[in-house]
Design a protein around this ligand. Structure first.
Ligand code: HEC
Length: 243
């Protein structure tokens, strides 16, 4: 009897087991396929995002406006520029009117591309074409060496140019970003520089690139004070670097 049962049911059981296999396999296959498809989708999306990120970070910020080509020939006698209050402006693209409009706006304004701003003969800010350097508002900073024969560019750049006292141009001018477009003047929030307008005036009147100096009374004393300060500053730096 038992034999009979085994004989009859075993094949049945086996048959139904075998019949169920394809369904099982199918279900599993679908699952596997779905998982695989999902994994592929995930990695495709990941790849796409990575590629997109790379594209975005490699993409050059589009520059707008005329190229502002700056060489040391660009800079000459500071007094040939246009005076505004106690500093001088110019525009290498010829739009001095737009530069003056920005400089004279009592509410502050964005200077137009090509603007050149100088307070002393050796430090210059030049407004480059839009998109050149978003961090610095497209200002390029220059530290010049000047003598009777003209200007030499000692340093130029955007966020990483330091003046001869090791002060970073951009960092110090940054508080004046809004609404003064990084122009410090006397009261736009920048850390003060130890040089007053008597001294900056004396430096402007004795710019060696202009030929003969046109001194006013007190200039000699102002320049003497300044030279002493500079040499103390530089000596201090030398001490700090040496010891
Ligand atoms: C310690 C802060 C400080 C550093 C560093 C500094 N500046 Fe200035 N700068 C000032 C201040 C403050 C004024 C305004 C002075 C005034 O008119 O009384 C000024 C004025 C100027 C001006 C005239 C327009 C304006 O903003 O008023 C130019 C151009 C300029 N700096 C360029 C530079 C350049 C280029 C460098 C670097 C090589 C530099 N500065 C580094 C604080 C700084």
């Amino acid at each position: 009897m038992i034999n009979l049962i085994i004989k009859r049911t075993l094949p049945l059981a086996l048959a139904s087991y075998l019949m169920s296999l394809p369904t099982y396999a199918q279900t599993n296959n679908v699952k596997e396929n779905a998982t695989a498809a999902f994994e592929t989708l995930k990695s495709t999306v990941k790849e796409a995002v990575t590629t997109l990120k790379e594209v975005v970070s490699n993409e050059e910020v589009p520059k707008k406006g005329l190229p502002v080509n700056i060489t040391e020939e660009t800079f000459s006698c500071i007094r040939d520029m246009t005076p505004v209050r106690h500093f001088y402006v110019d525009n290498v693209l010829g739009d001095i009117k737009a530069t003056l409009t920005a400089a004279n706006n009592p509410e502050g304004a964005i200077y137009p591309a090509g603007s050149v701003v100088q307070l002393v003969p050796t430090e210059v800010m030049v407004k480059r074409e839009a998109g050149t350097s978003p961090a610095t508002g497209d200002w390029e900073f220059f530290e010049l060496q000047v003598d009777e024969t003209g200007s030499t560019i000692a340093k130029r750049g955007f966020v990483d140019v330091n003046n001869r006292f090791d002060g970073n141009c951009f960092a110090c001018h940054a508080p004046a970003r809004e609404p003064w477009d990084f122009i410090c003047e006397s009261d736009h929030g920048c850390d003060p520089i130890p040089i007053d307008h008597k001294m900056t005036g004396a430096l402007q009147r004795s710019d060696p690139r202009c030929g003969d100096a046109v001194p006013e009374s007190g200039d000699w004393m102002a320049l003497f004070k300044l030279k002493t300060m500079v040499s103390i500053g530089l000596t201090k730096k030398w001490f700090e670097e040496t010891f």
